[in-house]
Design a protein around this ligand. Structure first.
Ligand SMILES: Nc1ncnc2c1ncn2[C@@H]1O[C@H](COP(=O)(O)OP(=O)(O)OP(=O)(O)O)[C@@H](O)[C@H]1O
Ligand SMILES: [Mg+2]
Length: 537
């Protein structure tokens, strides 16, 4: 038996995958093979089908056509953690450890039986599996992982459904890293992690011998973890000039290659269209001069007199030739490069002030002093649980402090929360927008004018939008009213790199006051304004 079979380390193979929603194919004949040892970064604009693909590979959704072959030893962590009503913190961690404990116990039993009977084949199989899963180190790993991911102190009897989204994500991630499956499918795994947790995640992934496929918009994560990238958004030229979606370099290198490919596409498109126009012109002009039943001009008469019917034949040949070339040129012409969505609306209206003294929210936040001047952009950082979101909720008036004073001088405050939820998931995006901002604003600032959600998706029910598209909609609602104080909670989570860059630009240009929380290493490293670092509770 080969070691690959023994360890369960086999490739993930998808063939001809098609998945269609509301008559629009999101995936249209996708082929993908990912070998063990490969860590594939799945990238692309919001709504291009990253989560859809992961769901198909995980077997929680079925394709309309095509096949998926994935080793059974698989763990899938969805973009929004699922609530398993029955399980507790303790059962989740125990279940991750059980197969590893079982393997170690089975090895001991097989070693004992070996003296009486030949069980060496079975022994080899379990041994290879245990090595690939580093089974002897499982308990130590569980301890370290739970501590770093901040789930060690959770009550083991607590129901998973009562945890916050971030806690649930970190618990599921801890269980997956302890378990070391042959295939790990991660959908935006970095959104709820602080620096220490990110570091642990990245180190753990790099050590896995199997397949890792991770959808992500996190540049630093992709640069550190991915051995290859797969772009669901790649234009017709791809990054290799032949429509390929796969890229074997770092993410930073990829961004340059992608920009290059887009430029070549635009140039080729223009050149092809010019050639087509010229050929059309030629067939048109020549056609006119050989048109049947048309009296010859004086000039034609003159030429015909000297050269006879040969001229007519040559002209007909030329027309025929141009027609053929036109046909080929039209057939091979690249489609027009689609104009990307572009967010360039002002973020804020007027400007606000904030003044905080001796603020306490029991168990969540403690902040002695904060002053934010009109028009200031403040970055709030801090580890998981340091109270970043709580601070925004207090400034928005949604959470009342237990002690201290909070003064916000603003006519309008708008918040983009970390995981926006919409009360009516069945309502189309455009109606949700209009309800939230009011008819007058919806007319003055139509959703399409903001460049955040593709018009194609305006009629989609908000519950069916991708996670990034939902965040884009909630950003649209926040900026449409022109707030004096804009509160952005982790604005780069789930949103494409393009939008992250555009947001950065918009922040620089905004007249109003903005408070931003972020753990995004990219955003933080580029931040030039004032910053407030909250300490762990
Ligand atoms: N049940 C559904 N009905 C209609 N459209 C759907 C449904 N599920 C997904 N879609 C659409 O399919 C597209 C792909 O969604 P998917 O969640 O796979 O995108 P994604 O690449 O993961 O985006 P993100 O970066 O925001 O996470 C989106 O345009 C979404 O609106
Ligand atoms: Mg997604």
């Amino acid at each position: 038996m080969s070691t690959a079979l023994l360890t369960g380390l086999r490739p993930v193979v998808a063939h001809g995958l098609v998945r269609t929603f509301a008559a629009r194919p999101v995936l249209d004949g996708l082929d993908l093979t990912v070998a063990p040892g490969t860590r594939l970064g799945l990238i692309g604009e919001n709504g291009t089908g990253k989560s859809t693909l992961l769901r198909l590979l995980a077997g929680v959704d079925v394709p309309d056509a095509g096949t998926v072959a994935v080793p059974a030893d698989l763990v899938y962590l969805p973009q929004e953690p699922e609530v398993d009503e029955g399980s507790t913190v303790g059962t989740m961690l125990d279940e991750a450890l059980r197969p590893l404990h079982d393997a170690v116990r089975a090895l001991e039993e097989l070693a004992e039986r070996m003296v009486r009977e030949d069980v060496s084949a079975e022994y080899d199989e379990v041994l290879a599996w245990a090595i690939a899963h580093d089974a002897w180190d499982a308990d130590r790993r569980a301890e370290v992982t739970a501590a770093v991911l901040g789930v060690a102190d959770l009550d083991r009897s607590r129901l998973v459904g009562t945890l916050s989204g971030g806690q649930r994500t970190r618990l599921a991630l801890a269980a997956a890293l302890v378990r070391r499956p042959a295939v790990l499918l991660l959908d935006e795994p970095t959104n709820h992690l602080d620096d220490e947790a990110l570091d642990l995640l990245e180190r753990s992934l790099v050590e896995l011998p199997g397949v890792v496929i991770a959808a992500s918009h996190d540049r630093t994560f992709l640069d550190r973890v991915a051995t290859e990238l797969y772009d669901l958004d790649a234009g017709v030229l791809g990054t290799d000039g032949r429509g390929g979606r796969r890229f074997g370099g770092s993410f930073t290198e990829y961004l340059a290659a992608q920009a290059d490919s887009r430029r070549r596409w635009e140039e080729t498109f223009v050149a092809q269209q010019e050639e087509i126009a010229a050929l059309r012109e030629r067939t048109h002009v020549d056609l006119r001069s050989v048109a049947a039943g048309r009296g010859p001009t004086d000039n034609d008469k003159f030429i015909t007199k000297f050269k006879g019917a040969g001229v007519e034949r040559a002209r007909a040949r030329r027309v025929h030739d141009a027609e053929r070339r036109l046909e080929v040129a039209e057939r091979e012409a690249l489609p027009k490069p689609p104009a990307p969505l572009r967010f360039a609306a002002p973020l804020t209206g007027g400007a606000a002030t904030v003044s905080v003294r001796d603020l306490r929210v029991a168990g969540r936040l403690s902040l002695d002093l904060l002053d934010v001047d009109p028009g200031e952009k403040l970055l709030v950082t801090g580890p998981n649980g340091s109270g970043k979101s709580t601070l925004l909720a207090v400034l928005a008036g949604q959470v009342l402090p237990d002690a201290g004073s909070v003064q916000v001088g603003a006519r309008r405050v708008a918040t983009v929360t970390q995981d926006p939820e919409f009360a009516r998931p069945d309502r189309p995006a455009r109606d949700v927008y209009a309800d939230a901002v009011g008819a007058a604003v919806a007319e003055a600032v139509p959703l399409r004018s903001l460049g955040l959600l593709h018009p194609r998706d305006h009629g989609t029910a908000v519950g069916a939008l991708s996670v990034g598209q939902r965040r884009r909609l909630s950003l649209a609602i926040a900026v449409a009213v022109g707030p004096d104080l804009l509160l952005l909670d982790e604005p780069t989570n789930h949103v494409s790199l393009r939008l992250a860059g555009e947001l950065e630009e918009a922040l620089g240009a905004a007249a109003g006051t903005v408070v931003v929380t972020s753990h995004d290493r990219w955003l933080r490293s580029r931040w030039e304004g004032p910053a407030l670092a909250l300490a762990a509770p």
